[in-house]
Write a protein that binds this ligand. Structure first.
Ligand code: LMR
Length: 404
């Protein structure tokens, strides 16, 4: 006999997560031809998630030391925070020199968003938060969880498959001073569409003029055009007189998804502000998960702080970036051959792991039902899941569902 508990009697079944839920369905699929183009994970050319050599070397060196697993500082180790700042801002950026930058280790980029949003809601509960249309689904969930009401700004121009600058600026005109604007610093998720350097100039001007608070999410640094190039927008924002929040992640760039290694960085006006902000960051972390885990960040810190390992990492990251580019070119070529009347240039213009394919939810469902190809319902494809063995199968299936 099943006993029902009154507390749970009316609890509804929550909707499956649009990304992680699909990943679970993929894992359970027994079709040998299945292809996972749903979650933002990099697979190599034989369909494996790589363990980077730089990470293996760092792992060996860490495993040979028997350090006790004591509690870390709430904000994580200083060596990690410094390495993060150098990677985001460049080694001798004035914000680092002047002690105006605060960084804390977080549970992946998601943890950085959560800590940053909690902190912001604590100091500024009346403001709104603005996200791009579309954005990564979890942005809204984390913002609302922190207490914010969320508005959207125009971003993706469906007609051209490009960026809608006019729509974005028009919507941001409605934002009030102090409102938070979530921006993808590079490799926009889910569209892969990034503003040009000039367009970013207009966005930065608007954010500054309207006194908005930029919150830059950078989960794919190194997957667009390079480590330096992909963080350029952070440095351009840092030239302005603005408070800046940055959520960064090493999940993808180190292929360390399960270690949950990320950081929250806040750029302030002076060292005194930085001290006060750090105290608020620590407060938010303590109330969420007390302090961060040791191993993943130690791996990243070891690689970033040892010149030979750092050089190896950059090489391996470039390898991943270049393979994704090749897959973009191949996918465009394969699709154009099958549907010559359609223009697939958007695939090679988009940046990072994702391509917004323009496929409808029904077409995405058909790909999954008929071909065991998993893409997100929005039409987002993870190009990093393509390889020489599955690309023809995927192109064939995509062209077929687009014809139906
Ligand atoms: C994605 O967008 O697929 C990744 O960022 C993974 C995730 O947590 O959703």
């Amino acid at each position: 006999m099943t006993v029902s508990l009154p507390l749970f009697a009316a609890v509804p079944l929550a909707a499956r997560d649009p990304i992680l839920g699909l990943n679970e369905a993929y894992q359970a699929d027994t079709n040998p031809k299945k292809v996972n183009l749903s979650i933002g994970v990099y697979y190599d050319n034989v369909g494996k998630i790589p363990v980077l050599s730089c990470v293996q070397k760092a792992m060996q060196s860490l495993m040979s030391q028997t350090t006790p697993r004591i509690y870390q500082p709430i904000e994580g180790p200083a060596a990690y925070a410094q390495a993060v700042q150098k990677l985001l801002l460049g080694a001798d950026h004035p914000a680092i020199r002047e002690g105006r930058a605060v960084s804390a280790q977080t549970l992946g980029g998601t943890g950085a968003l959560k800590v940053g949003f909690d902190l912001l809601f604590n100091i500024s509960p009346k403001v709104k938060a603005w996200v791009s249309s579309p954005t990564w689904d979890n942005h809204r969930a984390i913002l609302e969880g922190a207490g914010f009401s969320v508005e959207t700004y125009g971003y993706y121009a469906a007609a051209t498959g490009g960026f809608d600058l006019a729509g974005m600026l028009r919507d941001l005109e409605r934002a009030q001073p102090g409102d938070i604007v979530i921006l993808h610093a590079c490799c926009h998720n889910p569209t892969g569409v990034d503003p040009s350097a000039e367009e970013w100039g207009r966005i930065i001007d608007t954010v500054e003029q309207r006194q908005l608070v930029p919150f830059l999410d950078i989960a794919y640094q190194g997957f667009g055009d390079g480590l330096q190039e992909d963080s350029e927008i952070i440095r351009r924002f840092a030239e302005r007189n603005l408070p800046i929040f940055i959520a960064s992640s090493f999940s993808k760039s180190f292929s360390l998804y399960g270690e949950r290694v990320g950081a929250l960085t806040v750029l302030t006006a002076n060292a005194d502000e930085a001290k006060r902000l750090l105290s608020q960051v620590k407060r938010a972390i303590r109330a969420n998960y007390s302090n961060p885990p040791t191993f993943g960040a130690a791996l990243v810190s070891t690689v970033l702080n040892q010149p030979d390992l750092r050089a190896l990492w950059e090489e391996e990251l470039a390898g991943m970036r270049n393979r994704i580019r090749e897959m973009r070119l191949m996918l465009r070529e394969r699709l154009s051959a099958r549907a010559p009347d359609r223009n697939y240039d958007y695939i090679v213009k988009q940046r990072g792991m994702f391509s917004y394919s323009g496929l409808s939810a029904a077409q995405a469902q058909k790909l999954r039902d008929d071909y065991a190809i998993y893409i997100v319902e929005s039409g987002r494809i993870c190009v990093a899941g393509l390889n020489a063995s599955n690309i023809d199968y995927v192109a064939e299936a995509m062209a077929a569902v687009q014809k139906d």
